[in-house]
Design a binder for this molecule. Sequence first.
Ligand code: AVI
Length: 317
Amino acid sequence: MPSKINNVFAEEVKAGLSASPRHLSSKWFYDATGDELFQAIMAMPEYYLTDAEREVYQYCGPELLENIGDRPFDLIELGAGDGSKTRYLINDFIAAGANFTYRPIDISAHAVEELSRRVAAEWPQLDYSPLIGDYFAALNNLGEPDDDAVRLVLFPGANIGNFNQAEASGFLRHLHQFLRPGDLLLTGFDLRKDPAVILAAYNDPAGHTADFNLNLLRRINNELKADFDLQQWMHWETYDPLSGAARSYLVARADQTVAIGTLGKTFHFDAWEAISVEVSQKYSRREIEALAEKSGYTHVQHFTDDRVLFSDSLWKV
Ligand code: AVI
């Protein structure tokens, strides 16, 4: 398995660094060091997204249950994470006597093991059935739920924002194929807001975001036998209020040639040349509703935090 992932990683690095303009996908940020750096980002005051979504999860449970009615349901979470926000929903659902099974899906066996330990400690009686794997492969393996069981799918954390808008709609349409009429999808969207607030979240003074992004070059060094000199690179963030896209770049501070041993190739970078590494798309509520329609869903309701920084938007199939 690791060698397969390495091959995909190597192929994508080769294609991205050979393209013009150069790009690498932010999905490769998350090795063990990247996971730790992302935890540090989520804990910093400028990264408002995590607290805003926590606020939403603290109150929306009963309203989700109203939409489900009395039917038994599967609570499916795309990306197991640490379950720290989902626990509010689970507690509300248990308190209401709901009949449900918690089914987190994650590609990382390690993440699922950690979550399973916490679930066993906190809710030993909970009907719990995690799935390890790629979201769509795992959804395929869900098996037919009981005839009257509905699916409530959670896609939290503004992960949808790491797709550009066309990719987001493609992902949501694909997800739609695994769902049945009456199923529900709750997706976390970071909302458009004061550009200064967005820029501060991705350009923090402590430099956590810079470390997180630069870690991608460290990962290429470690896994693909490369010799990027991290001192020769800097993190640069932009936010375009027209398109709603926050973008992260790694910018070469000087002319340099980098060898990537596993690829048997060298890449030359001119001074101040950039590699595009992440998009974090922001949405208005109207754009979210349009995305629902374009992707085949019916918009039901936006759950926002008090400051209207973030929305978990509920759609019906
Ligand atoms: C995971 N994802 C939603 C984060 C975001 O806000 O785009 C990743 C991140 N990148 C920099 N800071 C956080």
